[in-house]
Write a protein that binds this ligand. Structure first.
Ligand SMILES: Nc1ncnc2c1ncn2[C@@H]1O[C@H](COP(=O)(O)OP(=O)(O)OP(=O)(O)O)[C@@H](O)[C@H]1O
Length: 249
């Protein structure tokens, strides 16, 4: 089976000379289709870098990345833009909705930009799932943070992307609204057969995923299947202890 997204031997360096930072140090990972994968790890471990490089928002210094069967390094800027628009959905911590557009217009924005007519039935399903049917003509400022992020998730799913990348999607939300957004990402996988990759610091958020990957110092160091919040917390503590021991040596 083709993975929804995958990187092989991914290396990413920022800067040059003495200020050079190796943010990814040879990461190989497959994000399976119709699965929810969480990426965790200490601050600075390379989570956002991995997401950005896997999603074609940034380029690798070494190694290879694919979305479905398409290798990213072979693409020019225009092709990359099209691929991101047509095959990838994004959800960011800061919602990033367009304030002057209504909820409905925000949801269909990626399709409108691509000149594609929205599939009505699919939009109805999305609006139903995000539970914002009575808010479609509101502007983002008239919604709570949790509602805005649900709109952002619906926007990410509108074009039926191969994969949705979410960077700390619950970072600005209280736990109840965060739970709603995570439930929505979960149902995108379970009922819509979507693929989700989510960067998070929160073990409770990671517990919504099928698989949790742990990064440390730019490397993949652990994988947990069918995670629980307690299990994820234990792994994080074990990684911290390992790091402290290594630092003390
Ligand atoms: N644009 C950049 N220029 C230089 N260094 C960068 C850049 N982006 C990230 N880095 C460095 O690369 C490393 C990995 O950063 P990254 O943001 O991927 O980590 P992260 O695990 O997402 O961290 P956090 O949890 O704090 O968001 C860090 O050392 C960071 O300082």
């Amino acid at each position: 089976m083709t993975a929804a997204a995958r990187v092989e031997g991914a290396v990413k360096e920022y800067g040059a000379g003495e200020t050079r930072v190796r943010a990814l140090d040879g990461v190989s990972v497959e994000f399976a289709e119709a699965r929810f994968t969480a990426v965790m790890g200490p601050s600075g471990s390379g989570k956002s870098t991995l997401m950005h490089c896997a999603a074609g928002l940034d380029t690798l210094s070494g190694g290879r990345a694919w979305i479905g069967g398409t290798e990213l390094s072979g693409l020019g800027d225009r092709e990359l833009t099209l691929l991101r628009r047509e095959r990838i959905g994004f959800v960011f911590q800061a919602f990033n909705l367009v304030p002057t557009l209504t909820v409905r217009e925000n949801i269909t924005l990626p399709l409108d930009l691509g000149g594609t007519a929205p599939d009505r039935e699919w939009l109805d399903t999305l609006v139903d799932v995000v539970g914002l049917g009575d808010r479609l003509h509101h502007r983002p400022a008239q919604l709570s943070g949790g509602q805005q992020q649900r709109v952002a998730v619906a926007r990410a799913l509108a074009g039926r992307p191969a994969v949705v990348f979410a960077d700390e999607p619950t970072g600005n939300l209280d736990s109840r609204s965060g739970g709603e957004v995570l439930g929505l990402l979960r149902s995108a996988v379970d009922t819509m057969r979507g693929s989700v990759v989510m960067v998070t610091h929160d073990p409770a958020a990671a517990a919504y995923a099928d698989t949790v990957l742990f990064l440390a110092d730019g490397r993949l160091v652990d994988t947990v299947e069918r995670p629980t919040a307690e299990g994820v917390l234990d792994r994080m503590k074990a990684l911290d202890t390992r790091r402290d021991r290594a630092a003390a040596r």
